[in-house]
Design a protein around this ligand. Structure first.
Ligand SMILES: *Cc1c(COP(=O)(O)O)cnc(C)c1O
Length: 184
């Protein structure tokens, strides 16, 4: 599906750092969410008609799932606590883009109850932020790319730094990399 993302060197504060440009993976589907949802993108799910998830009204995971659903022809049901009126009246960011991709957004203070209404044999339930074991497949691919990148660049004792939310990306990267992973 994706070819390996670029690995670029930059001189910054008197040292060379390297950036893994997962933001350039795909025009619509990029960053660590493309890695986390790689499994869903690249396998066939003939019985699935909708994807069901929940989380915040501006999340990257929500946006990426709206792309996944569009690419797969699935309905996308997403439950969030609250959409403030300023956002509903002036949509911006991931919220706006997800609406354009056909998200069906349901506001509820009882997310679990709403999710249960929609989870059946035709739905794929994706945990908040993509925190689930299926994420390992795509993140292992990222680790495999990084091993090649690091070797080609001739880096002897690399350290990897990444931002973290659920910690899923950091967990699976560390599982598949021989060098230390730091996350914040
Ligand atoms: C989702 C996301 C994270 C968090 O990733 P986790 O695997 O949940 O730790 C960090 N940075 C960006 C830009 C994200 O979109």
């Amino acid at each position: 599906m994706f070819s390996s993302s670029a690995f670029q060197s930059h001189f910054f504060q008197n040292r060379t750092i390297y950036l893994k440009r997962d933001d350039l993976l795909h025009p619509d589907f990029s960053g660590n969410k493309a890695r986390k949802f790689y499994y869903f993108l690249t396998h066939e799910f003939p019985h699935i008609k909708r994807v069901v998830s929940s989380g915040s009204n501006q999340s990257n995971a929500m946006y990426s799932l709206s792309i996944l659903a569009r690419l797969k022809g699935w309905e996308f049901i997403y439950v969030c606590d609250h959409v403030p009126s300023f956002l509903r009246e002036n949509p911006i960011g991931n919220y706006k883009a997800a609406l354009e991709n056909g998200i069906r957004l349901i506001e509820s203070s009882n997310r679990e109850a709403v999710l249960l209404e929609f989870i059946d044999e035709h739905s794929l339930h994706v945990s908040e932020g993509g925190r689930q074991s299926e994420a390992e497949e795509g993140i292992k691919r990222l680790a495999d790319e990084l091993k090649v990148d690091v070797q080609k660049a001739g880096l002897k004792e690399p350290y990897l730094f990444l931002p973290s939310g659920t910690g899923t990306t950091a967990l699976f990267l560390q599982k598949h990399l021989p060098f230390p992973v730091f996350y914040m």
